[in-house]
Design a binder for this molecule. Structure first.
Ligand SMILES: Nc1nc2c(c(=O)[nH]1)N[C@H]1C(S)=C(S)[C@@H](COP(=O)(O)O)O[C@H]1N2
Ligand SMILES: [Mo]
Length: 318
């Protein structure tokens, strides 16, 4: 079961806890049947496939939306963070992210869409029910966690704004406000933090916009009120506190790639065979464990996403 000691989360951050719990009850009843149906077409292409389902790959999850691995302790997931807007130490976000005001909050949906607009966050999310997805998060620094996220498939949000045929990428932008985000007064990164995905990556069913974790509203240090989660990519792609989602024709700049292009590529797919120039990516330390684990291609989601990169040299496009 989940370890859920909420002492490190302020009461102001858990206002919708009851609502989330009620939604979780709903999900237990119905949500996963729906999610399973969405994945069914890949298995249903012939009688032979139905008779002999593909053998599971070692390390892959039977249900790609939920791993059986034990979730990381909530305390670790909320006090060991990367969120440079609040400082560069892992402990800084928990100590300083309280200054971020997460309501009111609006998100602009812009660029190559038929219906652009700036939408209040609650209005943006209202037609959707957050689903629980238990995903591994693998940081480029060779540590990992297992997080029960509450989120909405990014595809569901994007489709509502009717992307044009020119929309080939999706660019994301974090809030720029040095008053609320004191780390932005130092020039460790070129603010605001920006990220990007190719449109097929953005529309993939594993890609979510997270609004909560561990059955609770997302703590500020984890990217409240809205952050991206792309489980087969290094954690730095999971941009936090998003204020703009822009559909674009060409590949958008990304913060870490701009900072150090030799170290951080646009794709940033978890790949044990492509080392970071300063350290190996073959193994990882799961937070809370001592012995290192082998890192899996695409963070264990290869069955679901490897086809997106067919024919691409993953050493060149890392
Ligand atoms: N805006 C913003 N988003 C960000 C970062 C950041 O510094 N600023 N750090 C990234 C990195 S490097 C990682 S590993 C994850 C960490 O997410 P977590 O703190 O919830 O574990 O957030 C990512 N998203
Ligand atoms: Mo990271």
């Amino acid at each position: 079961m989940l370890i859920r000691r909420a002492s490190s989360i302020k009461p102001s951050e858990i206002t919708s806890h009851d609502l989330f719990l009620r939604r979780r009850e709903f999900l237990r009843g119905a949500g996963w049947a729906v999610a399973g149906a969405a994945l069914a077409p890949t298995l249903a292409c012939g009688a032979e496939d139905e008779a002999r389902p593909p053998a599971p790959v070692a390390g892959a999850d039977a249900n790609p939306f939920r791993t059986d691995e034990t979730p990381t302790a909530l305390e670790d997931a909320t006090r060991y963070n990367n969120f440079y807007e609040f400082g560069t130490d892992k402990s800084d976000p928990q100590r300083h992210a309280g200054s971020l005001r997460t309501r009111p909050w609006s998100v602009a949906i812009t660029g190559e869409v038929a219906k652009p607009g700036t939408i209040d966050l609650d209005a943006l999310l209202r037609p959707h029910t957050p689903e629980e997805r238990i995903y591994r998060l693998r940081c480029v620094e060779a540590w990992s966690m297992v997080i029960p996220w509450l989120g909405i498939p990014l595809a569901e949000i994007i489709k509502r704004f009717e992307p044009s045929s020119n929309a080939r990428y999706v660019a994301f932008r974090t809030l720029l406000d040095p008053e609320q985000m004191p780390g932005q007064r130092s020039r460790v990164l070129d603010w605001p933090y920006v990220e990007g995905l190719r449109i097929d990556e953005a529309m993939h069913p594993l890609t979510i916009l997270a609004t909560g974790m561990y059955g609770q509203v997302l703590p500020n240090q984890n990217g409240a009120p809205l952050r991206l989660v792309v489980p087969w990519k290094y954690g730095f792609k999971s941009i936090k506190s998003i204020v703009e989602i822009r559909l674009t024709r060409s590949e958008p700049p990304t913060s870490w790639n701009r900072q150090a292009p030799r170290e951080y590529g646009f794709f940033a797919n978890v790949n044990p065979d492509v080392d970071h120039p300063r350290w190996s990516q073959k193994r990882e330390r799961r937070i809370g464990e001592f012995k290192k684990r082998a890192t899996l291609p695409f963070n264990g989601y290869a069955d679901q996403v490897a086809a997106l990169y067919r024919g691409i040299d993953l050493r060149k496009y890392f």
